[in-house]
Ligand binder design. Structure first.
Ligand SMILES: Cc1cc2nc3c(=O)[nH]c(=O)nc-3n(C[C@H](O)[C@H](O)[C@H](O)COP(=O)(O)OP(=O)(O)OC[C@H]3O[C@@H](n4cnc5c(N)ncnc54)[C@H](O)[C@@H]3O)c2cc1C
Ligand code: SF4
Ligand code: SF4
Length: 1013
């Protein structure tokens, strides 16, 4: 059995004392020193990993004041603080070995929207897309764009002065900040905005920190103007952090905000911001130009920009090919047709206008140019995407590019450290040519894309940071790139801030660096706020790019075989796409419902890595242990497990318990598998973890009940009345609750085999299938049963057979056998493999007849192509299609007459289905359209049920919360109309339990329409 894991760094007593004192002083948020929370916040999206000692989740500005004041007291002046928002920085900006002050958990309210005057006031933990969703009804938006817009916070954007696509038109975050509210380290709440001369004079007379800061900055502005003009490049991206070139704004007003924006949490804790917002452009289009080479795409950009384009983004073939393999491609493939020779680069050229006519006029000019010039400049074709929906889908693909780069195979992965250089756009192509030569000279692969209009290039060299030799390339390549950016009059830090790369600031700023140090010392005399980044007070030391612990150094402790055995969890690169704020997006319900980052795919992957590292340090091979467990069976080690469980009850610590808590919050909805750009598969590694955890501790009884459900249901279904009466009784419910289950569904009481036989349908056996004549075989289809539909929702199965018969097909029923999914979800992996093996053999025997197999429940059906393929190998997994996949392949065989006169339905697909089989919703739409019916689909999050998750007592509340976040409003909108359809058994069950509404399956809507036609 795996050992108890206790060998973890404890936090320093200084930080214990700090936390205790904060509580005494009325700190209202949470303080956590748990190793799990510290591990989850020990990474951002950079190559680094630094464990904090303490995490504070402040509730409001008063909590920030308490933190600031206390840390300024002499006994705590050696304590370090790092503010944190979404944690999406790529250079270790929010990492700290001190206290992380995470404002994103609670301080995330939109406080005021003034549509008339076009501004908003928000707390700093608000996510950028959250703000834009709230502004949309007013026709407004917060313009600075960044790829991480669905998880990066306004506080983080302000502190990195974020910008991205469209920056030539809209500028950077700083350009939209009207006022900032910041807690300074002496505990002062300071409200900064552009100041008139008289106001500045008055403030300079104050004898507190506010006064001294203003005095210093004004002096720098006056004394160092010439040096500032010489050192600060005239680039669209300017310089982030202590932007001395903009101490005064364009109107000559003193503006402290320009110093605070981009300060990376080194000057103060921002708690509120008043931001300028803009009208959403009425009409937009993207011209997508394909090229024979990436270089051609780069060199063509200025010519396209001259056509009055709003922005241009370039993507290379590596990124494009990765996008082709991702779920995102389904929404954009029509705009990137295949050429004879695959395109090596693409320019996405955006046009905006206030009217369709204007837009069309602009597009006509572009079309003329592209047609007349033909293949000039290496162009090989173009498409045009019109309208916000199509344009946003393509921008979505571009935004996912960085994440997609992480989805390479093997141990070498694209990593960020020189990924956001900026040079004047006219130098970009030559600069990139040299950049590529530099990377080639080190023999590293890479993918590239960027904001060519602003001269910003994104590149992630492909390096295995677990290899100490390859790790050295970080220094060699960075030094080379720094020299190149200087040669081309650009910046190493064009977009993602400095962080650990601040090491290069003194060389870049020259004599001006000491002025940055003076500013830092004035705001933060004891060097407590994010020390070592941007600037230190005089005498202090900046961090060094190769002297901060990296993730690779930690991960290399795990033996290669173990890394390979847990491959589905180890490559999370921390890009944070799973922190998506949108309640109507499937990605990750447990994070959205709890707002606890350990309950996210990234959180769970981080804990898994640390858990494997600790096991490795203890000399334990988890793969060997799992083989041993499967061989010895359940009873072996029972006494030891009992003893360990009693110790656990007595409160004996074990890091595995902390990992377990995070794993238990997972719904196994598999949205991460479909949507994570790196394809992190939490349910897969969670199952492996559970297997090992329960090799040391006793399993709860409910796991055995759920795991064995598929085998027990056929038995209890023989006495449905008795089973239902028992479950529905007070005693039954109490007993069930005791075991840890609630709201268990009742049996339908219909024997599917007998009822189908009565209706003239046959069982599918190899012998019967053999006897089918050629013509019969051509119209036959085998329906693979799943336990939930067959025993709880038998009417649906019967309706399926009726539908197929009405459509002219011959459905046959595969005899029931367990699928094994519940076993997999709960980590009974040995049993799952056995069940999967025998079921696969049976299904393959049926499939050998050439008659296709279809399944009804999406989650159970998709198990055949995912978990079966992993456990048994791809070739051994039977091919079972989703009903709509098969129907969509038989459109030609459907009735030729329209049956529904265009009646409209709305589909709410199952999470696993829409994220793991992204074409499936479109398949239903094709089938509906073929029968003259229209079907739209709504974006929704998870319904909260996810198999048996919502039936577990301790999960029921979270399950209901999740339902309320997204599904409830769709069900309410449809109330009484009966046009809302759901594919998932779990989803329909949840809607009925909570809202008392029985949603139909799409097949039932089709049957109904056919019957009434
Ligand atoms: C895949 C990927 C794509 C990216 N694309 C872009 C892009 O297109 N454009 C771009 O500009 N950036 C991009 N970034 C970088 C990153 O998303 C931005 O820097 C973003 O602004 C960080 O926001 P955050 O909320 O995650 O901040 P964090 O990473 O949590 O923090 C960033 C910095 O801000 C400080 N900070 C955070 N909140 C506060 C606060 N309330 N008070 C004081 N200091 C605070 C932190 O200490 C830290 O120094 C990308 C990153 C990734 C992983
Ligand atoms: S789990 Fe996936 S989406 Fe989440 S941070 Fe890791 S790689 Fe990114
Ligand atoms: S399976 Fe679902 S709940 Fe679990 S981590 Fe993945 S997205 Fe989150």
């Amino acid at each position: 059995m795996i050992p108890r894991l206790t060998d973890r760094p404890v936090s320093d007593s200084l930080y214990h004392d700090f936390a205790a004192e904060l509580r005494l002083r009325g700190f209202e948020g949470e303080l956590s020193a748990s190793y799990a929370d510290r591990t989850v916040l020990s990474t951002d999206n950079s190559i680094y990993q630094v464990w904090p000692q303490l995490i504070a989740f402040p509730k409001h500005a008063d909590d920030l004041v308490r933190i600031a004041k206390l840390s300024g007291e002499p006994r705590f002046q050696s304590l370090k603080l790092a503010p944190r928002g979404g944690g999406t920085g790529t250079n270790g900006q929010s990492l700290s070995d001190g206290v992380i002050v995470d404002v994103s958990r609670h301080m995330n309210r939109i406080l005021e929207i003034n549509a008339e005057e076009r501004w908003v006031r928000v707390e700093s933990g608000v996510v950028k897309d959250q703000l834009n969703a709230a502004l949309k009804p007013y026709g407004l938006f917060f313009a600075p764009e960044l790829s991480t817009s669905n998880r990066a916070t306004i506080g983080g954007m302000i502190n990195t002065d974020a910008s991205g696509q469209g920056s030539c038109l809209y500028g950077k975050t700083r350009d939209h900040v009207l006022e900032l509210s910041t807690v300074l380290l002496d505990g002062t709440l300071w409200h900064s905005q552009p100041l008139a001369e008289t106001e500045l004079t008055a403030i300079k007379q104050r004898d507190d920190r506010v006064g001294s800061v203003h005095r210093l900055l004004d002096a720098i502005f006056r004394d160092d103007a010439a040096l500032i003009a010489e050192k600060f490049p005239k680039l669209n991206r300017c310089l982030t952090g202590y932007d001395l070139a903009h101490i005064r704004d364009e109107q000559g007003r003193f503006n402290l905000n320009n110093i605070l924006c981009g300060a990376e949490g080194t000057l103060g804790l921002v708690y509120e911001a008043k931001l300028n917002v803009l009208p959403i452009p009425r009409c937009s289009a993207l011209v997508n130009v394909r090229y024979t080479s990436f270089d051609a795409a780069l060199r063509d950009a200025p010519a396209l920009m001259a056509l009055n384009a709003a922005s241009i983004e370039t993507v290379d073939s590596k990124v494009l090919n990765l996008a082709r393999q991702d779920i995102i491609w389904h929404g954009v493939c029509e705009f990137f047709p295949d050429d004879a020779e695959p395109a090596q680069g693409i320019n996405l050229v955006e046009f905006l206008a206030d009217s369709e006519d204007d837009l069309e006029r602009q597009l006509a000019v572009v079309a003329d140019k592209l047609t007349v010039e033909g293949s000039a400049n290496g162009r090989c074709g173009h498409t045009v995407a019109r309208g916000a929906a199509a344009v946003n889908r393509i921008w979505g693909m571009r935004k996912k590019s960085v994440g997609l780069l992480g989805n390479l195979q093997g141990d070498k992965r694209p990593i960020p450290f020189v990924e956001d250089t900026a040079v004047p756009p006219e130098n970009l192509a030559d600069y990139i040519a040299e950049f590529r030569t530099l990377l080639d000279s080190h023999g590293v692969a890479y993918g590239m894309f960027g904001h060519v209009d602003a001269g910003v290039l994104h590149v992630r060299p492909v390096i295995d940071m677990k290899d100490p030799e390859q790790e050295k390339l970080v220094r060699a390549i960075t030094d080379g790139v720094v020299a190149l950016t200087q040669k081309y009059h650009g910046l190493l830090w064009g977009e993602h801030g400095k962080g650990v790369r601040s090491e290069y600031a003194p060389a870049f700023f020259g004599p001006l660096y000491s002025r940055l140090q003076d500013i830092k010392a004035e705001f933060d005399p004891h060097n407590q706020l994010n020390p070592g980044k941007i600037a230190t007070p005089p005498g202090g030391e900046l961090l060094k790019i190769d002297a901060v612990p990296t993730r690779g150094q930690h991960d290399r402790v795990i033996p290669i075989s173990v890394r390979q055995g847990f491959d589905e969890g180890l490559h999370c690169n921390g890009n944070g796409a799973c922190y998506n704020f949108d309640p109507d997006d499937a990605m990750c319900p447990s994070w959205k419902g709890t707002r606890e980052r350990r309950h996210s795919p990234k959180g769970r992957a981080s804990l898994l890595r640390e858990w494997l590292r600790q096991l490795s340090l203890a000399g334990v091979d988890p793969l060997a242990e799992s083989t041993r467990l499967r061989a010895t069976g359940n009873l072996a080690g029972l006494f030891g497990r009992l003893r360990n469980t009693l110790a656990k009850r007595r409160g004996e610590a074990d890091f595995s318990h902390e990992v377990m808590e995070a794993m238990q919050g997972c719904l196994a909805c598999k949205s991460c598998v479909g949507q994570c750009p790196v394809k992190v598969d939490v349910p897969e590694f969670r199952a492996k973890f559970l297997e090992l955890y329960y090799g040391r501790y006793l399993r709860p009884l409910k796991d055995y009940l759920i795991g064995s459900l598929e085998s027990t249901l056929p038995l209890v279904a023989k006495l449905p009345g008795l089973y239902n009466a028992a479950l529905d009784s007070g005693l039954g419910r109490t007993l069930l609750r005791r075991v840890g289950l609630v709201e268990s569904p009742l049996l339908s009481g219909i024997d599917p085999v007998a009822e189908l036989a009565r209706r003239g349908f046959a069982l599918a056996t190899p012998a019967r299938l053999q006897r089918l004549a050629e013509a019969e075989r051509a119209r036959a289809v085998i329906v693979v049963q799943d336990a939930f539909t067959s025993y709880f929702e038998t009417e649906l199965l019967l309706d399926l057979f009726e539908l197929l018969r009405t459509l002219g097909f011959t459905p046959l029923l595969a005899p029931f056998a367990a699928n094994g999914k519940p076993l997999h979800v709960h980590g009974f992996l040995g049993a799952f493999r056995k069940v999967a093996g025998s079921n696969a053999e049976r299904l393959r025997a049926l499939a050998a007849s050439g008659v296709p197999l279809v399944g009804l429940d999406p989650s159970m059906t998709l198990t055949y192509r995912a978990e079966y393929a992993k456990a048994l190998g791809k070739d051994a997994a039977p091919k079972v299609q989703l009903l709509q996949e098969w129907l969509a392949s038989r459109l030609a065989d459907l009735p030729k007459r329209a049956v529904g006169m265009g009646s409209g339905y709305t589909l709410l697909p199952h999470c696993t289905e829409k994220t793991n089989a992204p074409a499936a919703t479109g398949d239903w739409q094709k089938v509906f359209a073929a029968l003259g019916l229209s079907l739209s689909s709504k974006s929704t999050g998870c319904c909260g049920m996810a198999g048996t998750f919502g039936h577990e007592t301790d999960k029921r509340e979270l399950s209901k919360t999740l339902y309320g976040m997204s599904w409830a409003k769709q069900v309410e909108a449809d109330r009484g109309q009966g046009r809302l359809l759901a594919t998932g058994y779990s989803c329909r069950c949840q809607v009925e339990l909570i809202d008392g509404v029985k949603l139909a399956h799409p097949l039932q809507a089709l049957l109904q329409e056919l019957r009434s036609a």
